[in-house]
Structure formats: structure tokens, C-alpha cells
Ligand binder design. Structure first.
Ligand code: PEP
Length: 249
């Protein structure tokens, strides 16, 4: 099955309002046919970036959410409110949230369900640390994250969502998994999705993330089970991000 590649920029805690709007406009100018493109700005810029992306094919997304829709949850943002501001997807379980903010697979699972209930697309992040890889535990860790994060979902829901395999040791470090290392884990994740969702596994997209840049994007995106990229550092420069989009065409 051919899956439309999805190139997504995670801007993390970067960019003022004016910088975010300028970057969004530059990304929209570089969007290409046959590739889904998304950007996830800091929450304070969502509304302005939604305006800048209006009438363009670039999808707006959030970097995180809470699993409850509304109520006494100071400081949180819910999927229905993200939909209201124009978001189409939400990144869930990024390794920085797991490591710095104590997110668990159970918490990720609640968020994934809340995102789907709001009609949004979850991008569910999984990946091993360097110690786990050295110990030969990569798939043990990744399987537990996938199974935990997707627990209780119907096969069609699994088919509709996006997973991002992001080896923690490759995020923001300049180290990238080799194309073989990345493809192997992606193929193993797809096999696991087949166990969980049968044929729907062929529809689910699995992005690679971890120091993706213009120089390595094409080789990674060429792999049969790599269906796009979740990009951090290189998404902050329009020129680099657009080059990555072009590598996916
Ligand atoms: C990320 O934060 O999801 C990421 C992959 O970052 P970077 O591209 O900077 O490694």
C-alpha cells in the first residue's frame, strides 16, 4: 500500500509570534504536492499561525494536550480547544515529555483517546534510550510503548493514526539512526501493528525522528516502512525544512 508521506515540524519551545508567523508562511510557500506537511508551534502561537496557514495545505498541530475536555485543570489545553483553534493533529508522548515531565504509557493512552475523540490525528512518539539500545532492548521498549499507547483502540483507529519512531539518543544530538537501523525498527513496529490491527497496519504511517536534516532525509524517506519525518531542529529553518519536504516527494 502506498502511504502519503507526512513531514512534520516540531518547533518545541521556540519562536516569538512574529517569527512563528514568518516561518509558517515560508513553510506554506514550500509545501509540495503528494506530501502532507504539518507544523507544531508553541501553544501561544497557535492562533496566529492558524491565520498564516489559512487557505494553504499545511496542517497545524499541537505539541501536547491534556486528556480531559474541560474543567479545573489549571494550565492545561484540551483536544477540543486545539481543534477550535484550527489544529488537525497533536504530538503525544514525545520523549521530552516522557523524560522531563514524567509521562507514562498510560497517560499517553488517555491522551491518544482524547485526541481521537476530538476528531484530531495523534502522532504517537516512541523510542529507546541509548542504554536500552546497547542492552538489546530496543523492540522490548518500543513494543511496550506502542501497546501501552494504543491500548483499547479499534483497528480502524490504529490504521488512521501516525506513530513517530524517535530513538531518544538521536533527538537533538546530531546522531541519526542509520537507514538500516531505522527501517528495521519501523518494520518491527509495522509487524506489531499487524498483530494489533490486522490489515489496518498497512494504512498507519510511521514517521522517523531524530536529527533529520536535508543531507539525510532522502535516504531515510526512501525506506519502505518510513512514511515521513518528525523534525525538530531542522524545522526551525524554513530552507532546511522545505528541503526535507522536497526529499519526500
Ligand atoms: C524531535 O524533537 O522530535 C526531534 C526529532 O528533534 P531533532 O530533529 O532536533 O532531533
Amino acid at each position: 500500500m502506498s502511504r502519503v508521506p507526512f513531514i512534520c515540524g516540531n518547533w518545541k519551545l521556540n519562536k516569538t509570534l512574529s517569527e512563528a508567523v514568518a516561518l509558517a508562511r515560508a513553510v506554506a510557500a514550500g509545501a509540495a504536492e503528494g506530501v502532507d506537511v504539518g507544523v507544531a508551534p508553541v501553544a501561544t502561537a497557535l492562533h496566529s499561525v492558524a491565520g498564516a496557514l489559512g487557505g494553504t495545505p499545511v496542517l497545524l498541530g499541537a505539541q501536547n494536550c491534556y486528556h480531559q475536555d474541560a474543567g479545573a485543570f489549571t494550565g492545561e489545553i484540551s483536544p477540543p480547544l486545539l481543534a477550535d483553534v484550527g489544529c488537525k493533529f497533536v504530538i503525544v508522548g514525545h520523549s521530552e515529555r516522557r523524560q522531563l515531565f514524567g509521562e507514562t504509557d498510560e497517560g499517553v493512552n488517555l491522551k491518544v483517546k482524547a485526541v481521537l475523540d476530538a476528531g484530531l490525528l495523534p502522532i504517537v512518539c516512541v523510542g529507546e534510550t541509548i542504554d536500552q539500545r546497547k542492552a538489546g532492548d530496543t523492540m522490548k521498549v518500543v513494543s511496550a510503548q506502542v501497546k501501552g499507547g494504543l491500548k483499547g483502540l479499534a483497528p480502524e483507529q490504529i490504521g488512521s493514526l501516525v506513530l513517530a519512531y524517535e530513538p531518544v539518543w538521536a533527538i537533538g544530538t546530531g546522531l541519526t539512526a542509520t537507514t538500516d537501523q531505522a527501517q528495521q525498527v519501523h518494520a518491527d513496529i509495522r509487524a506489531l501493528l499487524r498483530e494489533l490491527a490486522g490489515d489496518e497496519a498497512e494504512r498507519a504511517r510511521i514517521q522517523y525522528g531524530g536529527s533529520v536534516k536535508p543531507s539525510n532525509a532522502a535516504a531515510l524517506l526512501d525506506q519502505p516502512d518510513i512514511d515521513g519525518a518528525l523534525v525538530g531542529g531542522a524545522a526551525l529553518k524554513a530552507e532546511d525544512f522545505v528541503a526535507i519536504i522536497e526529499a519526500a516527494v
